[in-house]
Ligand binder design. Structure first.
Ligand code: HEM
Length: 182
């Protein structure tokens, strides 16, 4: 091998090493925020998560496997559910008037983000708290029940297991006091 080829190879190798170091150097541990250790990354739904210890990497994998979010089918299932859910809500004359002034494209995106987080996805909720998001709507118990009914009908139509539907309903029910500003 001549000297130029060897020098080029060494140069290329060091570029790859530098690029890797930068990649991992930027990653923070999902749990602690400390720099992530190379080799402990986990790919989840197209996102790379970094960890500072094997224990935290294992914890993340166990949490994902146990999450209702993953058991229900992850991103694909949430996207399908929210899209069908708002179709039903907008066709429901008991509650569709509440959404007259709502940007529904944004609402779909927000609801997907909220439900994913609430059901145990590793992604954050960046919107308003449920009390603030609904305080101007003057909602009653029957409005909440109509929305919950549409959600259950959606999940049944998508053939989600009854046991999992119960778990989703329990999580949604836990927002009731805030949504109704009680
Ligand atoms: C059942 C539990 C409920 C959950 C989990 C929920 C979730 C959400 C979320 C995540 C947002 C977006 C907040 C943001 O923009 O940051 C939102 C907004 C909204 N929700 Fe709910 N919601 C619930 C119940 C209801 C009910 C019962 C109604 C009416 C019948 C309702 C009507 C609305 C409307 C109209 C908006 C948009 C407000 C605006 O455009 O400013 N929600 N909700």
């Amino acid at each position: 091998m001549n000297r130029i080829t060897l020098a080029t190879l060494i140069g290329l190798a060091s570029l790859v090493v530098t690029a890797r170091a930068q990649e991992t150097g930027e990653l923070k541990c999902f749990y602690t925020g400390n720099p992530a250790k190379p080799g402990l990354n986990v790919e989840y739904e197209g996102v790379t998560y970094g960890f500072c210890s094997e224990a935290n990497q294992k914890k993340f994998q166990e949490e994902r496997a146990a999450s209702l979010y993953q058991r229900i089918g992850g991103k694909g299932a949430i996207n399908a559910a929210v899209d069908l859910f708002y179709k039903k809500v907008l066709a429901d004359e008991r509650v569709n008037h509440f959404f007259e002034d709502t940007n529904m494209k944004r609402q779909h995106a927000k609801q997907k983000e909220f439900l994913s987080h609430a059901l145990g996805a590793p992604t954050p909720w960046t919107g308003k708290d449920m009390r603030k998001a609904h305080e101007h709507l003057d909602l009653r118990e029957e409005d909440f029940n109509a929305i919950a009914e549409n959600l259950v009908a959606t999940l049944k139509e998508l053939k989600v297991d009854d046991k999992l539907i119960e778990e989703v309903v329990a999580i949604v029910a836990s927002t009731k006091k805030d949504v109704l500003n009680q």
